[in-house]
Design a protein. Sequence first.
Length: 222
Amino acid sequence: MIQLNNVTKYFYTKVGKKYILQDVTLTIPEGNIGILGRNGAGKSTLMRMLGKIEFPQKGRIVSENSFSWPLGLRGGFVGNMTGRSNVKFVCNLYGKNKEEAHQIIEYVKSFSELGDYFDMPTKTYSSGMKGRLGFGLSLAFDFDYMLIDETLSVGDARFRKKAKEALKKKIEQCNVILVSHDMKTLSQMCQTGLLLNNGELLYYDDVNEAIEHYKEINKKGK
């Protein structure tokens, strides 16, 4: 279960505050959740708040569950450190012992298919390479919720197929919160839905109802 208690999140723009969430109080039951909203509505920001990368200006997001960092987030790596060193750093952060860290490092190296680049600074990586590193790293850890932000588009067609199959296997053991503009993927992978619109966050027991409401908002253009 995830609880939002009087949560407000905004950014300053040239025309004033842009609200992502405005005094939202909501209880979200456990399960696979799809997040919908128009471009700029704040879907990725909400995802980062759940992953504790960003925080609201007001209120609290409370849950006893553990959350992955958002898959698809290409930032977060230390640019002067190699891929290997970044993975090792995360292992230390999560208290993995030497043997566990070795297994995770080898898994990420193999899965990401970075070859020699795995031992090069991540500042030399393309965005796709960073995405593959982050994807493999997230799959190597166990969380109650996997946060997925449009990451299924990473890499070439063969890698995308591999990544999607690995992700499907992973979420047999945990819940998923998915941001995607692909309505078919949302409908297949999620049971419930959250719709972000003009600072409001609406919850739907059926993700297909969220999808229909999202389509209506898009047609109205507001």
